[in-house]
Design a protein around this ligand. Structure first.
Ligand SMILES: [Zn+2]
Length: 82
């Protein structure tokens, strides 16, 4: 398992996500973003709007994901957590 925070994944808070794969962790971050969106959290709304801007460019989007994937792969595995 590896850990990344909302902030590290383009968000704004320190909520931690734990996952085995990059796909899993981006999915968790997306879910969290949706939750915060429903709560009307202004900081997250802003981050999501920025992300949507980024998604308009497939090239930039790909670069963002490639970078984050590398960041994720470079992380040390979590010590076993209870
Ligand atoms: Zn967050």
């Amino acid at each position: 398992m590896k850990t990344m925070t909302c902030k590290q994944l383009g968000g704004v808070c320190d909520k931690k996500f734990h996952a085995e794969t990059f796909e899993e962790i981006t999915e968790m971050s997306k879910q969290h973003g949706m939750e915060m969106f429903q709560k009307g959290d202004e900081a997250h709304l802003k981050a999501m709007r920025e992300m949507q801007e980024l998604m308009k460019s497939p090239q930039e989007m790909k670069e963002w994901f490639d970078n984050k994937r590398m960041e994720f792969e470079a992380l040390p595995d979590d010590i076993d957590q209870v």
